[in-house]
Every structure is written in C-alpha cells, then in structure tokens.
Unconditional design. Sequence first.
Length: 473
Amino acid sequence: MKIPVPDTIPSATELGRVHFVGIGGAGLSAIARIMLERGVTVSGSDGNDSPTLDALRELGATVHVGHAAENVAGADTLIVSTAVREENPEVVAAVEAGLRLWPRSAGMASIMQGKRTVAVAGTHGKTTTTSLLTSALIAAGADPTFTVGGDFAATGTNAHDGTGEVFVAEADESDGAFLVYSPFGAVATNVEADHLDHFGTEEAYKAAFASFLDRIDPAGFLVVVVDDEGAAELGDAAEAKGLTVIRVGESEGADLRLVDLTFVGNRSTATLLDASGAELGTLALQIPGRHYLLDAVAALAAGLRLGHDLDALLEGLGGFTGTRRRMERKGEAAGVRVYDSYAHHPVEIKGDLQAARALAGEGRVVVAFQPHLVSRTRIFGEQMGVELAAADEVVVLDVYLAREDADPEVTGALLVAACPLDDDKVAFVPDFDAVPAELVRRARPGDLVLTLGAGTVTQVGPRVLELLEAQED
C-alpha cells in the first residue's frame, strides 16, 4: 500500500498514541521500539505472533495478533507497512475516523529529529553496514541511537535509543523511503538495479539515488565503496555537488583501501591503507566474506569522519558477531553445519555462497534458495539460477509472494532451468514442508547447509537440524 508522505512531520513525541499496522516487520518494529523508549504510547498488530512482538510487549506496547478495526480505537496516528493492503480493516477504520495515516518513512523521519543522522543506503549490505557502524561507535563510546533491518546477534534487538547525538539508520530505498530523510552523512555500499516493481526501470532506480544526494546536509559527507560502479558514479556526482566524499574499497585511489584480504573459517581480515599507501592497521572481522570487509571499511570511514578514534573503531568492528539472518549459524548436527542468510538478489547470492565456501572448508555447500517477489524473480530469476551453481547441491523453493499476487509463469522452476549444475544436483521443491527432508537427503557429514532468501526459508534450518539430530539418535 502506498501512502503519501505528509508535508510536515512532527517529532514522535507529538503523535499521540501510535498504532503500527504490520508491527512485527523489521522496519516498523524498530521505529516502535525507539518510540517506546521515548515514552510514546504504542500499539500495533501483525498477522502472526513472534519473538519480536513479545519483545515489544515487554517494552509496554499493546500488540494484537490479527487485524481488526477495533484495534485502532484510541489511536491518533497509524504507521502502515508497505506490505499492508488498502482493504486492511485497520486502515479502513483509520481513514473513516480521519486519523493521521503515515507510511513507514514518515515514522522513521519523526524519530530522527534532534539527532545527527548517518543514513546507510545501497542495494546490498545496508543491514550489515549499519550494524557494523553501530558496533564501532559503541566501542568508541558514542552510544548512538540506531535502527537496523535485522537483530544484532549479540543483543537480539534491532533498535535502541542511545544518549549520544548520532542516529545510525538503515535507509531503505525499496519504496523510496530514503528520500524522506535528511541525514548529516550517508553511506552508499553499492547501486545496481533492484526493486523494479516500485521503480519500473534501472534508470529510475539510479535516479532515486541521485536524488538522495540532495537530502544530505551540504556540510556532511558521503562514503562510497568505489569497487562498485554505481556507487563510484554516485560519489562523483556527490563531489560535483560540493559534498565531501570518502572513497573506500580495494581499488587504487581509495581514501581507505583494503589489501591482502584473507578468509579462514568464519574470520575475514585485510590490511588497511590510507590514500598515500601508508599502512594504518588490520581490519579483522568475525564474519566471513569479501563483501563484509567492504561493508566494514565503509562503516570505518563514516566513524572516522564523525571524529572517532581509529583503534576504538577497529575494536568495535572486530567485536561484531553478526546480524541475524546474515550468514547466521543455526547449529550443527550429524556433522552438518547449518547457516541462514537473507540474500535475495543475484549479487547477494554470489557473495554469500563465496562466504559459505570459505566456511565449508573441505565440505560441500548445499543451498536452499527461496526466490522473493514475483517481479524480482521475473527479472533476475535466470541470473539467480546461474549464481546458485556456485553451490554443490541446490534446492529451489517456490516464490515467496510478500506483497504481490502469484503468477503461474513465474516460479522457482525458472531458476532451476537456468542453473548449469547437473540435473541430479539441482531440484525445484515447491512443497515447503518437503524441503527440510530434501536437504537432509542431499547433505552428508562435513557439509554446510545454507538457507537463502528474504521470506519463510529461514524456518527451514531449525527443521533440518531436528531431522539430523533424529538421525544421530
């Protein structure tokens, strides 16, 4: 559902009682948590109960499972998830009552007020980069406010209202939300076509990032990862507008450059150089993968630009243990390790399978992938299938529909047809409940099973572990 952004966005403390429709989602739950910590009266509803709802209840929110018109009684403001449809009874009741009706982006903008915001944008890596920057700033003593599109593995939370002046915010472009914010500084991890269900064309998608530059404080900064062509071009455009641009990555000419990258097990390290080539130290992470090192050096650059100490920032990055659903270890049974990750775009699949290969060591990589959105699968399905061939065995689920209707012509079978693995190494399994057993059938001791996708595939890993544990008995 598309809701217009209001011309004027008051502070969160001026909204009265705020009701969230779809409060269990990553975006809305983070906003709700910040509002609760600031003393705002919060209620909400979601289609299914979850640990996220339990956590919000513990903070004082009134949360309903299921949507009903009576849930909005007494509310002054409704903040609505983009996944919610216009016929939702709570939305209908709010419109009839003349309540303030806001999209997620307006809710986020309301909690940014009074803070020095650093917005982390990009097609991929936003959640991890936001988390890394937050971890680094905490280690530097900044106590930032933050909102992240996933829970910190160490704390189990996706938001916190800190006492410091800085607000680190994951700035989602999927529905144009990042064009509502007015950050002091920003990070662009990469820029390549996605969310074409909203933008229509690659050109429109990239134009949104160009417009995002106009939202950044002229006295602020932009960090770009120059190894990505789209981000590099954005940095050039920002510099032409007079913004301070910090370029990072492996490429020559980067202001902060990574060399000598190494990956052993779940650790990633690189030597850090300044623009002159002088060695600054070692960037060491407890998470595997080249893309995570690039996310980390972008976070480091932002922390340095905010005036914090290099060694303290590096310590915070090194202490970061990951974000849930980003190469998250779920467990091990019968000699098989199980991981889960959120990758849903070809580039993300490629990066996570590279990381999985480093983790697997001598073992094989067995992946289950759930395509997310009909529109994304229609556009990128063939490329997804090609990237999945980096695994040894592949199980493809059917498309997770989210906010779209099914299309019988667009299914997981499209990916299987494009995957160049031998027929016995790749399969389309549309029955969700059959997937765990299929993975167990394919896996053997020493292997790594990786579940990938932004939908319900995250539920598969625990079921795989249960089946493997039963084999041990």
